[in-house]
Design a protein around this ligand. Structure first.
Ligand SMILES: C/C=C/C(=O)SCCNC(=O)CCNC(=O)[C@H](O)C(C)(C)COP(=O)(O)OP(=O)(O)OC[C@H]1O[C@@H](n2cnc3c(N)ncnc32)[C@H](O)[C@@H]1OP(=O)(O)O
Length: 290
């Protein structure tokens, strides 16, 4: 089993069974950098000397899919920027330690044709602590542009299943409204957590990907939504975080004002959307808390 550092690029590749565990080492600096990358000003997440210093619950999201075996026959590769982060789910089973080594296992759970010449690919992942206990469960969905025909998929347990369920927001005013300004340099900071895709910093790479300028990492938007909801609904207490699911519907840009609108949907559960102006940027989303 290879040892990878949290800052290094994650490996990929392989079939639809659980992949080999990937060991990931991280320390307090990684925890702090992630929290600053989603623009947290909460000392519990950005000051290691705070009495309640904690890992922000969505910290491991970038490890989604780590170690999954990619069957190239089932999912033809699509060129770099044409792979788009489309949906994410994260569930905290128990808190991650404040540093050390964890392992991540992932497997392909679904490959679906979707929309105009795109494939929608979903991976499931589990993060386990040094004792082998599951701390976090995740599902990562991405759009593969230009993959018009998905390959012949060998049948496997769970093939064709999807975690991608539609969510309709109620036809009434939201119960909760919150938001944040995304600083112009937010993507510059977020990428230091290890997501160095040039789409988020290099204007030329952004143009190649079909954008006028570098866009914010979807996972940075994800972290902002989680932080805003945890702050507003749970006084920022990470122990109350349970699960979150989002769909990235439209890109967010550094400098944007992000608004999160949430509707209560039973005890400890909200349905939410994020918007920039009138444009919905996160949809089909929900958050559960204690
Ligand atoms: C490596 C990348 C890193 C990043 O961080 S990129 C930044 C984060 N991601 C984004 O900003 C993505 C923003 N989302 C989009 O730009 C668009 O959204 C998509 C390009 C992903 C899709 O747009 P379109 O091709 O125009 O698709 P459609 O015609 O709107 O919908 C076709 C079908 O696809 C479903 N769908 C649309 N968006 C998503 C999504 N994000 N995740 C999962 N499914 C999606 C719809 O419902 C529909 O489905 P049905 O054909 O069954 O009606």
């Amino acid at each position: 089993m290879a040892v990878y550092n949290a800052r290094a690029a994650l490996p990929g590749g392989g079939p639809a069974a659980w992949g080999e565990p990937v060991r990931i080492a991280y320390d307090r600096r990684d925890i702090l950098l992630y929290a600053v990358g989603i623009n947290s000003r909460d000392l519990r997440f950005i000051f290691e000397g705070h009495k309640d210093f904690a890992v922000f619950p969505t910290f491991p999201i970038r490890w989604g899919g780590a170690g999954a075996v990619v069957d190239r026959a089932a999912i033809p590769p699509s060129p770099g920027p044409l792979t788009i982060d489309a949906e994410r789910y994260l569930e905290v089973v128990r808190p991650l330690p404040l540093g050390g080594e964890v392992s991540v296992v992932s497997r392909l759970i679904g490959v679906h044709p979707r929309g105009k010449g795109a494939g929608f690919v979903e991976y499931e992942s589990e993060v386990r602590n040094a004792e082998g206990q599951v701390c976090v469960k995740m599902v990562s969905g991405s759009f593969r542009r230009g993959v018009e025909r998905l390959g012949d998929i060998e049948p496997f347990e769970g093939a064709g299943t999807t975690f991608s369920a539609p969510v309709t927001v109620p036809d009434r005013a939201p119960d909760v409204e919150t938001g944040a300004h995304i600083p112009e340099n937010q993507a510059d900071i977020y990428r230091l957590s290890g997501d160095y895709n040039p789409l988020h910093i290099d204007p030329e790479a952004a143009r190649f990907g079909g954008f006028d300028k570098p866009i914010l990492h979807g996972l940075c938007t994800f972290g902002h939504c989680a932080h805003l909801l945890l702050s507003t609904l749970c006084d920022g207490d990470p122990a109350r975080f349970r699960r979150i699911k989002v769909r990235f519907s439209s890109p967010v840009l550094p400098g944007d004002d992000l608004k999160v609108l949430a509707w209560r949907d039973g005890p400890g559960r909200v349905i939410f959307e994020a918007r920039v102006g009138d444009r919905t940027v996160v949809s089909h989303a929900w958050f559960e808390y204690a």
